[in-house]
Design a protein around this ligand. Structure first.
Ligand code: ADP
Ligand code: ZN
Length: 724
């Protein structure tokens, strides 16, 4: 038997199958040690065959007493190699916890203490002048406790003393790390509404992909759990994905409440050890419900009955570092492989997803009312230009301040949201709200300080900077933006007695701080929570009745063709945090551009209206979902070489365009950020017609590979998000 092995080196030149022989039998999916050149390397057996033409070497050893890569993941790595230009070694790495590789696994064991002597006798042995030891003796659990717990309560010397006297017996106990173990799970079993029941049935009956379009607070989580329960009762397993770590504690809580230890948690915020333990629990089928962020789509579960992507519109489902993958695409692969259900749930489905639902490719299920039977919170749009004209130059409108005051006095809570994503600045007229757009692409232009120009990040067109607003003649054009810190300072000035918490990337650098801030707010320790994107997602605070959005336009001016869509999503999602329990909620949106259709539709919670308008626009400008955009990024420390590669790439793409109408637009330019960590960056952007995608995407990958000048790195991204 010949074994086909992928060696664990991420390098295109060796990213292929190598043949080995072996004196003993090995299963596919095993990790092995193999001789490679003059080294020994780890590798994965991905197949076998009867014979080979080459002279083979023997596999040295099998590394584990289990099979870490399930057959489905081997198939997946073949698929990713063929369709997404992802190396075997890279996708196999995604399927395994980092700890497994390089033999770094360490089972955790902890000291465990138990009374070894009768209490009566022990008291005599201790004597009166050791109160801590006596207290420990009285309070230790009859079945024993972990040493670290007892040390925490009674101190090191009390514990040591009792062990020395032979009163406590110490053993080592194997423990599994349980991430976030203080979240034991909260089980509030509710009676499903008719709407929820029919959603569950519709999803369950569709062996295929279902879009669950449910307004914020419609009770999608209960629907997901009911579907999972059914799937489990058939003996199958489930994968549930949520966007971000900050959201996971809450979801984990309800999932543990419902499914107990049957839940395996996987996300990147866990320690390597925790990740390994949870992954093992899933591989050994001890846990049949996988809950996690993006990377959990690679969980080693077999016999999957349903895959759920919650908040499917969220940007975190597209990986932003290598290897670049779209979670939806992998979920779709796994759905087909398992012949099961895929659920894409959101209050604001991505345009791409909804487009497929409209075309009949996906089934659409709607839940348009809230589970608490309340109306959606009232949304009010405040025109900040009027505020300026009325002499209010504060970042808060008079209306928002009045509402904040009212909310605090009533003993309720408020959330203030400001958008701060994006790296580049745009130009805006403070008086009329005018923002310059690209004449060809309809996306807003980005201001580049170094050459004082306005540039389009898609086609590269450049424009002179403006001194005067072409719309109203005003000379006050601004580049500035406000941050969470300034907002917090301002609130402290206006409401000196009110406690304000802040949540953004700066406050959440440590592993648990997001959860801490959120739980402090949830416990009512502050009346106002100020934050960025992180407060938008899925949180369920029952006491929040007011949501304020400052400078809601900011996201309209990302240099991204999806900026309208992103703004609509953010406003709808953040508004959805208000009035989720018994109390009515209200939302105040501050903008310099109140007439924009995004606000008009968002205010009415009119997703369909927005979809029609926006998809019309995309069709007119030939942006996705009506096309596919591919960006080829070329980076090098040598500017000249990067430029030469970019030119070569550009002319090659022009040739393809000449012979194949499926490729209908090519642009080459410097990347939006022209230099990052000493590398010069150029990009070639290509527009493809959807029908030609299957044929042209692999071809473009191949062309990009051919460019490979050793000193130039090439990245290919399909429908790039957040271009820089
Ligand atoms: P979504 O994810 O759709 O925004 P959630 O699943 O977070 O909404 O549910 C919103 C709130 O409604 C939660 O507090 C949840 O416990 C509650 N809820 C869901 N279904 C029901 C129901 N059938 N009866 C009562 N409360 C429900
Ligand atoms: Zn343009």
């Amino acid at each position: 038997m010949i074994y086909q092995v992928i060696v664990d080196i991420s390098n295109s030149s060796v990213d292929r199958v190598f043949d080995y022989s072996c004196p003993f039998a090995i299963e596919e999916g095993s990790r092995v040690k193999v001789p490679f050149g003059n080294r020994t390397l780890e590798g994965i057996v991905i197949g076998t065959k009867q014979s080979t033409d080459i002279k083979t070497k023997d596999i040295i050893a099998k590394l584990d007493d289990f099979t870490p890569v399930i057959p489905e993941m081997i198939e997946l790595s073949r698929y990713l190699k063929a369709n997404c230009n992802i190396r075997y070694a890279d996708s196999l790495r995604l399927c395994m916890p980092a700890k497994l590789r390089g033999g770094r696994v360490r089972e955790l064991s902890r000291g465990f203490l138990k009374l070894d002597v009768d209490k009566e006798i022990a008291r005599g042995l201790i004597g009166k002048n050791a109160p801590k030891q006596l207290a420990l003796l009285e309070e230790i659990q009859p079945e024993g406790e972990f040493e670290s717990v007892l040390v925490g309560r009674f101190g090191q010397s009390a514990v040591k003393g009792l062990v020395a006297k032979g009163i406590l017996n110490k053993t080592q106990m194997q423990v599994k790390r349980k991430p976030l173990k203080n979240l034991e799970g909260q089980s509030k079993k509710v009676q499903l509404s008719d709407l929820q029941i029919s959603a569950v049935n519709e999803i369950y009956d569709n062996i295929g992909t279902t879009v669950l379009h449910g307004v914020t607070g419609s009770g999608k989580t209960e629907v997901y759990m009911a579907v999972i329960e059914r799937v489990l009762s058939e003996g199958k397993s489930a994968i549930m994905l949520v966007p971000e770590i900050s959201l996971t504690p809450q979801m984990l809580n309800v999932f543990r409440g419902r499914f107990g230890d049957n839940v395996g948690l996987l996300h990147s915020g866990m320690s390597d050890g925790e990740r390994y333990d949870e992954w093992m629990k899933i591989l050994t089928k001890e846990a049949k419900v996988v809950l996690g962020a993006r990377s959990a789509i690679f969980a080693p579960v077999e016999n999957v009955g349903v895959i759920i992507i919650d908040e499917e519109h969220d940007g975190s489902y597209v990986s932003d570092s290598n290897p670049r993958y779209h979670t939806h695409e992998i979920a779709e692969f796994r759905r087909k492989y398992n012949n099961c259900r895929l659920v894409l749930g959101s209050a604001t489905p991505s345009l791409d997803t909804y487009y497929k639902a409209m075309n009949g490719e996906y089934k659409l299920v709607k839940m348009m009312t809230r589970a608490n039977k309340r109306a959606m919170p009232q949304m009010e749009i405040i025109d900040m230009r009027k505020e300026i004209r009325a002499g209010n130059i504060n970042m808060f409108s008079r209306r928002l301040l009045a509402e904040l005051d009212k909310t605090i006095k009533a003993g309720n809570q408020a959330m203030i949201y400001i958008n701060r994503r994006g790296f580049a600045s745009f130009l805006r007229c403070k008086a009329c709200g005018y923002v310059p757009h690209c004449t060809d692409c309809e996306v807003s232009l980005t201001y580049h300080k170094e050459d004082n120009r306005l540039k389009c990040h898609y086609c590269g067109k450049e424009f002179y900077n403006l001194d005067v607003c072409p719309q109203c003649g005003n000379e006050k054009l601004s580049y500035g933006r406000i941050g969470t810190e300034t907002v917090m300072e301002e609130l402290n000035k206006i409401f000196p007695d009110v406690k304000v918490l802040r949540l953004d990337n700066d406050t959440t650098s440590s592993k648990d701080s997001t959860a801490q801030i959120l739980s402090a707010f949830s416990a009512g320790e502050a009346q106002i929570l100020v934050g960025t994107q992180m407060i938008v997602k899925g949180h369920d605070f029952s006491n929040v009745t007011l949501v304020g959005v400052l400078d809601a336009d900011l996201s309209l001016y990302y240099s991204d063709y999806r900026s309208n869509e992103l703004t609509f999503q953010q406003i709808t999602q953040v508004a959805g945090r208000a009035g989720r329990d018994d109390k009515e909620g209200s939302v105040i949106i501050q903008t310099y551009n109140p007439a924009h259709y995004v606000f008009r539709f968002a205010r009415q919670y009119d997703y369909e209206g927005f979809y029609d308008k926006e998809s019309n626009m995309r069709e007119t400008t030939s942006f996705p979902p009506y096309s596919k955009i591919i960006r080829i990024l070329l980076k090098s420390e040598n500017e000249e070489k990067a430029l030469i590669s970019a030119r070569k790439c550009y002319s090659r793409m022009r040739e393809i365009k000449e012979e194949n109408t499926g490729l209908f637009r090519v642009q080459a330019m410097r990347a939006p950020v022209k230099r990052i960590s000493n590398e010069y960056r150029f990009q070639v952007v290509i527009w493809l017609r959807i029908q030609s995608e299957k044929e042209l995407v692999p071809r473009i990958y191949a062309e990009a590979d051919k460019l490979n000048d050793k000193s130039v790195v090439t990245f290919v991204e399909v429908n790039p998000v957040n271009m820089r």
